[in-house]
Design a protein around this ligand. Sequence first.
Ligand code: B1M
Length: 213
Amino acid sequence: MPDYPLMNQALYEGQAPKIDAMTRAALDEGRGPHEVLQEGLIAGMSVVGEDFKYNRLYVPQVLVAARAMKAGMAVLKPLLTAGGESRSLGTVIMGTVKGDLHDIGKNLVCMMAEGAGFTIVDLGIDQSADKFVAAVREHNASIVGMSALLTTTMPYMKVVIDKLKDEGLDHVKVCVGGAPVSEMFAEEIGADGYGADAPRAVELFKEMAPAIA
Ligand code: B1M
């Protein structure tokens, strides 16, 4: 059994090479990528979040923890993105909204959706409504996925939804998520779905994807 508490501690301390090695070791032991992600990486990042909230950690320390998290995710990525359908289930435009630089959760949604068979266009962080609209048009996408981690940036999701409507793209389905986002908020802003986590986001994409003939 991998020593997940030790792995959580290494992530907390931002030890990227150690996280890389421990992630590989857990997989070599036969543990599944979802277990390693949840128990080894996400659980460690939750403690970082708590200590950040109570000023026991500051931005530079959180940044190094995020770098360690990304080192582990890079090891898991080929496993999380493998096994998709040979034919794309549809194109999803993904991005973190304007003013928001958090991308770890968004990246997880991208990986798992790719693994489920979707074509993902990842716009990255700090994305404006105009960028979402332009990407929908360019890629003829049927789904937009937005992530926000700050209470100050989540209202921007409505700006994007309104812009899509103003531009005549009402047929595009919108899924939202991120730590401060809730089902109720998603309903309020007119989103088509709310994903509490990456697997739920993928389920929603499947429900939203036009039926494949
Ligand atoms: Co920031 N930060 N941060 N931060 N940070 C939070 C979000 C915070 C809650 C910390 C805290 O106080 N406890 C707090 C927000 C408070 C609030 O809004 N009320 C906060 C703050 C305040 C800030 C700054 C303002 C700090 C400052 O500068 N003083 C600043 C803002 C910068 C900006 O964006 N403009 C800032 C900066 C940063 C770092 C750059 C240092 C770093 C980000 C690095 C990066 O992403 N590359 C960082 C981090 C790491 C965090 C915490 C600790 C961890 C976030 C994370 O990656 N979690 C976070 C604490 C927390 O969330 N409790 C915090 C792991 C990830 C897997 O979870 O992203 O929630 P998450 O994704 C989940 C689900 O939410 C869901 O799926 C994922 C799991 O399966 N999901 C979706 C996400 N997107 C989805 C989309 C979907 C569906 C599901 O559909 C499309």
